[in-house]
Structures are given as structure tokens and as C-alpha cells.
Design a protein around this ligand. Structure first.
Ligand SMILES: Cc1ncc(COP(=O)(O)O)c(C=O)c1O
Length: 397
């Protein structure tokens, strides 16, 4: 089944005013189905999770339903799906918990490509216990990681790498990095926040011990997800309140879960599965749909890149071999903020910044202000791309 962009677009109330949204890498727009799931869950009556009253059972079903949905999205075990306020919060919490087992002489590997949410929590946690941080550097010409096994040793405890760069779109060879990390006896944490909206994900296939993503990047509400094998989570002991359960995955979820946002997350996964598939089971629908999304975005992205390259004064950063449809560029004689402003006057949303991939932005020579970023989403139309190109050309005049 092909992805019917007009059918997809009709589901998004935010598209009605004609805005062309290229800021999906910062957070996607939300389809009606997701907003409805959030509102109807709040309106239906909810209590704390339990088994006695109807409203207690509803809360319980919402939580278990969302874990099952994320398991179908990522190809992981529902019993190892942890929800939190954001990927950043979950990563900080996990880093602090894991670091209790690290000490001087132990090593943690981070990359120069990653969003800071997959760098700073590890750096801070390592420094707190006297462990050493090692860096995988970025080839600033290609935008690819320069991964060399020499960065690993018998003392490497954890490798943290992105599934896809939210700045340049680069998709590192995660499976190869996983194999090397596992050979060294280290765990692999994959930041899947930017990968998940653009490709089918198979956590086990990637070799990720931990995989994080954020539903608000794939049509869902603002919260974060951490997925791992339940048996691995059993070995990790986060700080928790005395009366709260010690069961996995609940012991990683501090306080009361946002039930309505979990219902929205389930609706978001269902929506992903409905994009371009009518297969019987949800996992197959998600995988088939995301293959179609990848195919369509690749095609549209080629047009976007060719169009940008044809505009005098536009510089693109990074030319990775394997990438998401996300491009970083600058316009000669204009700051990124000016281009962002100019696009906004024409109803085109494409902000400028480092987008918290601060190490990468600095390595590229773009400092802390970065450049303009444009990313495609399943609701991006051919006309949106032509409009972006026309308005960038105006900005470059
Ligand atoms: C690649 C990547 N990692 C991590 C994050 C942080 O996610 P969250 O906002 O859920 O903390 C983002 C957010 O933009 C991101 O793009």
C-alpha cells in the first residue's frame, strides 16, 4: 500500500492554515486521532492504576496498552518499556543509576555527533565517579562518525551513540558499533529520538541494549520512552520511593504516569501503522508503513537537496551516505536567525540553531548558533518543498 500524502495530511488540523512544517525534527504535528485519544482518556474517568474500580482498571489498561504499542513500534519486549517525561530525563536517570557500578579506570564512549541528551548525562555520570570519557569524532566533511575500535577497551562500560543525527541526518552503522561494543563487554545505548520517525526500528536488530525515543517526534504527546530487555532492567537499581513498587519496568517510572499521554502514545503508534499498511497485526503495519515513509521521504529529499544545491549562496553541511531526510544549511550573507525569520513570513517553519547537537555544531565550525535545519515528515507535500526552495532562494538574493 502506497503512502497517500493527501489522506495523511487531512488528519492534521495544524496543516489547515497552510503552514509548511519543516520543523518535524524538533517535534511533529499531531493528528486528530492522537488529540482525541488524549482528550477522551481524560474525559472518560481515571483513577490511579488498580484492579478494583472501573476507572482504576482503565488507568491500568492505558499503561499496559501503551507499553504494548511501543513494543510493536520498536520490536522490543513490552515488559521493558519505561515511560518518562522526556528522553533527556530518562537518560539522566539511567546514567546516574548505571554509574553506581562504575569507578576510576572504567570508560564510557560518547560521540561528537550526538544530541547533548546522549552526551552530557554520560559525561556527568562518568565524571561523578572518576570514570574516563572517550570520544568518537565526527568527519566534518561527510558528517559521518569516525568509529575506530581503538576507542574501546576491556574497561569500556557503555557506548552511547545516536541512531540518527537530529542535526545532519547521519545514520551511523549502529549494528557494527553494537558488535564492537559487545565484543569489548560494554553495553550499547542508542538515542533513537531522530531515527524512530523516519525508519522501521528493530531494537534487537540494531544490537541496542537500551533504546530511547520520544513520542512527540512521531505524532504523539510530549514524553519519553526507554526500552530495554526486562532482564537487563532487573540488574539496574534507580533511586525510588520506599512505598513504590520495585517491579520492572515500574521502578524506573518516578511518580504517577501521565495516563492521558500514554493513551495518546498508543494512538500515535496506531497512526504510524495506518500510514501505508492494512496488515493484520500492528507490528507488521508499523514496519510496512515506515518502509513506505522511508521510500517517499528519500524521493522528496532528493528533490530538496538538488533544489538547495541549485541556489547560489546556499551551503549544505554534511553529506552522509545513509541519512534521514534532515538537512542543515546556511545562506551567504544572512544569519540563520534571519533566514528562519524570513521563512516564517512566508508560512514556512524551518528554525536555525544547534538543536542541542552542540558538539557537532561546534565541530562543524558553526559555534553555538548553528544553521538552518529543514526536515521532512510524512505530511510534507511536494508543494511544501517547492515553497521552501522558492523562499530560500528569495533569502539568498
Ligand atoms: C536526537 C535527539 N535526541 C534527544 C533529544 C531529546 O529528546 P527529549 O526532548 O525527549 O528529551 C532530541 C530532541 O530534539 C533529539 O532530537
Amino acid at each position: 500500500m502506497d503512502l497517500d500524502v493527501e489522506r495523511v495530511r487531512a488528519c492534521f488540523p495544524a496543516l489547515k492554515d497552510g503552514t509548511a512544517f519543516f520543523d518535524g525534527p524538533g517535534g511533529s504535528q499531531v493528528p486528530r486521532q492522537v488529540a482525541h485519544a488524549v482528550a477522551s482518556t481524560m474525559g472518560a474517568g481515571l483513577s490511579n492504576r488498580g484492579t478494583v474500580t472501573r476507572t482504576e482498571r482503565r488507568a491500568d489498561e492505558v499503561v499496559l496498552g501503551a507499553r504494548a504499542a511501543v513494543a510493536d513500534l520498536l520490536g522490543c519486549d513490552a515488559g521493558g518499556v519505561v515511560f518518562g517525561r522526556s528522553m533527556t530525563q530518562l537518560t539522566y536517570d539511567l546514567a546516574r543509576s548505571l554509574a553506581r557500578r562504575w569507578g576510576p579506570g572504567d570508560e564510557v564512549v560518547v560521540t561528537r555527533l550526538d544530541h547533548d541528551a546522549d552526551i552530557r548525562p554520560w559525561v556527568t555520570a562518568a565524571e561523578a565517579v572518576g570514570a574516563t570519557v572517550r570520544w568518537v569524532e565526527l568527519d566534518t566533511g561527510t558528517g559521518e562518525l569516525v568509529f575506530d575500535r581503538a576507542v574501546l577497551s576491556g574497561r569500556t562500560r557503555l557506548v552511547a551513540v545516536t541512531g540518527a543525527s537530529n542535526l545532519l541526518g547521519t545514520r551511523p552503522d549502529v549494528a557494527a558499533i553494537a558488535a564492537a561494543a559487545h565484543d569489548a563487554g560494554a553495553l550499547l545505548f542508542v538515542d533513537g529520538v531522530h531515527l524512530t520517525p523516519h525508519a522501521p526500528v528493530d531494537v534487537a536488530g540494531l544490537g541496542a541494549d537500551f533504546f530511547a525515543c520520544s513520542p512527540y517526534k512521531f505524532f504523539g504527546p510530549h514524553l519519553g520512552v526507554l526500552a530495554a530487555a526486562p532482564a537487563l532492567l532487573e540488574t539496574v537499581h534507580p533511586d525510588k520511593l520506599l512505598p513504590s513498587t520495585d517491579a520492572v519496568p515500574e521502578r524506573f517510572e518516578l511518580g504517577t504516569l501521565p495516563y492521558e499521554l500514554l493513551a495518546g502514545t498508543t494512538a500515535a503508534v496506531d497512526f504510524v501503522g495506518s500510514l501505508a499498511s492494512d496488515a493484520e497485526d500492528r507490528r507488521s503495519r508499523v514496519v510496512e508503513s515506515m518502509r513506505q515513509v522511508e521510500r517517499r521521504e528519500e524521493r522528496l529529499f532528493e528533490r530538496l537537496l538538488a533544489g538547495l544545491d541549485a541556489i547560489d549562496g546556499v551551503t549544505r553541511f554534511g553529506r552522509p551516505a545513509r541519512r534521514t531526510p534532515t538537512v542543515l544549511f546556511a545562506v551567504a550573507g544572512r544569519t540563520g536567525a534571519e533566514v528562519h525569520q524570513h521563512l516564517a513570513t512566508r508560512g514556512v517553519n524551518a528554525p536555525a540553531g544547534s538543536f542541542y547537537a552542540l558538539e557537532a555544531s561546534r565541530a562543524l565550525g558553526l559555534g553555538d548558533t548553528g544553521a538552518v535545519r529543514a526536515g521532512l515528515a510524512p505530511y510534507t507535500s511536494d508543494e511544501d518543498v517547492e515553497r521552501l526552495l522558492a523562499v530560500v532562494a528569495e533569502a539568498a538574493e
